[in-house]
Design a protein. Sequence first.
Length: 761
Amino acid sequence: MSIKDHAPHVDSRFSPDKAYVEAVVSTPANKKTFTIRRTVKSPKTLSVIPDTKEARALFKSVEEHPEIALSRREIIRYVLAEPGKRSKDVQALLKLDQLEDLRTKFQRIANAEQTSSANADRVKEASKNALLRALGLATLSSTEVLTVVNHFRAVLGLEPLTVLSAEVSLKDGLASAPEGEAGHRLVKAAAKADVEAARSVAKRLGAEEFVAKVAAASQAVTGLQADASLLDAVVRDDFLRTALDLYDGEACPACETPKAPEVFAAIIEAKRAKLAEVHRLRTAAETLIAPLIEALEAETQALRTVFPLTKRLLDDAALKALTNRGAGLKALSDQLAAFVPLDATLAALEAILRDDGLNEVFDRLDHAIAVLPEPSEQEAARDFLTVADLRFEALRSDNAAARSAAARAQRARKVLDVYAEASRLALEKVYQDVEGHFAELYRHINADDESTFEAKLMPSMGKLGFNVDFYTRGFFPPGAYHSEGHQDSMGLCLYLALMRHLLGDAFTFAVLDDVLMSVDAGHRREVSRMLKAEFPNTQFVLTTHDKTWLKHMGTAGLVEPKQAVHFRKWTVDEGPSAWTGGDIWAEIREYATLDDVRGAAALLRHYLEHLAGEYCQSLRVRVEYRADGRHDLGDLLAPAIGQMKKLLLESLAAAESWGDTVRADAIRQRTAALTEAAAATSIEQWQVNPAIHFNAWSNFHKNDFLPLVDSFEALVREFTCQLCGDLLEVSPHRGSKEHMLCLCGGSTFSFKKKTKEKTAG
């Protein structure tokens, strides 16, 4: 699917210019209004009227924060995701994903330097063994080396060496070889030892232990190749790994589509996550292949040692056999390291065990060395010192290279460790702030049963653990014991806590798309109150299919009546159709004005039943129990009115006990208004005969019905704060009643009476 082809109306799919989204946006800071539009034909081009730098800067800041939109399917990313995936998603939300990108790069550098150091160590070890063979020693120590070297130096009448330093040459003082003799003599013992070492390494590749390792690796690769789906997955995984390595930070290396680093990485990792099983199997196979590659490299090093001997003592055919074997070892090693294609890797594993035909070359070398004329004592000493010095210098050079590689590896690891520790400490501070605010928001929603709730965000290398308290029984993953509804509310609270940390006071706009589908009705009401209380300066755009949830938002004062858009139907020809007004009272009056009193009466009754239920909940009203939970208007509204009157009387008594005449007068006025509004609705008459179910309303004329609507609207106002419009609520929810108040605190009714002072008799 594509925006260009499928976003326009189905009947105008070839006219993308006719499909557009337009909004009128106002900025609270300077109270300016802009009209913005995007068309499907040019979805990345924003049209702004009036087009000013200020407007462009405003909308650019919004574009830079795509995380302001949250849908229910995205909640799972924060709550139930794997720790590694959660870490990336949370860091992306906090704009901290660059930390993980940089850590990954440091990790790659550290791994590469570690590999280079290991290779340098192998080269150094080969040089060391070559020197030991030349010296005829089993172990390398300064004392033993000086003993052997000084013996031959004494034969030549040279001064003995006392130390082996970087400046010392084993042949120091030795005259240059005569013209035509330099480089033609061999140390027979060293040459023979070199050939024997090469033969020994080659034999190891045919030993029983090595054959078993090859068989195990072949079996692991065959298992991947046997399953066509796994084989395809291996190829896909290799492609994704290559794409990630080739990504230049700007565009996809395959299609050259511009992609931001965090977007591209998320796409690749999401695809690789689906290949988790094949990734596990591949890693296991590569682990079995790794020692085989090391064995091939060891033989390559051994062949390099005997190559000069072969070139000097044998014919071109022997030299070609040695060269071909070296090239073959390199090809086998490269293929095993590449791993794919799998059939080529299996062929390489099979080729490792083939007879390389070098035993004949080694035999010929032994013979050629044996028939060499024995040199004089002085010639042997000269040749020994020359060869030993060459190999000693090679060891010095390789040892220096190994130390340098080890130092680089150590620095790379240190940089990674220091960076990881610094970022861990920084992230811990971030997560501590976030987890505290998250727990506070969650307790706000679930104060009735989880008032002591706590949470733990636990960052580690590339991961973010998330455990929550379960009724003081311990900390567990959110999906362990909490219900789906609790998980939904956790996701919302964690998102809000992250956004508050990221944007602070700049968190003024958020889109919540159907985020609370599984949360029960009681907690949805608390969610609305939490959003209004904790984020008073944030404009929330909320979408839902659930009318009850919408009513909760309205009752809590989170959404003003005129701010709600209700889509009443959708057709292919006309698309979505919204109610013309967001105010339900206006809708009721519109029905009546159009002579649809029956529709108006039904809407009024349903709305009043909803409100009456809210009143009973917020005022702690005792209602006649029904097993099916179904209560009609007569069951709820009259008890709610009675409870409100009772609470006002209790508050009046408390005010009078304190001598607060101003508050007492205000309560009397409110009580009178409530009584008058209740009388106007004739609620007492309907309560006498609840069987009527107010069906008589539908027989009213609109002129009779509209005054009734006015009366009920006036009655509803008596249950809310006159300042903020929030529903009045008794606090606490259980136990002895202390206050009746609204969310803003502008309407507060205390039930606490002044204690009478005792007098001494």
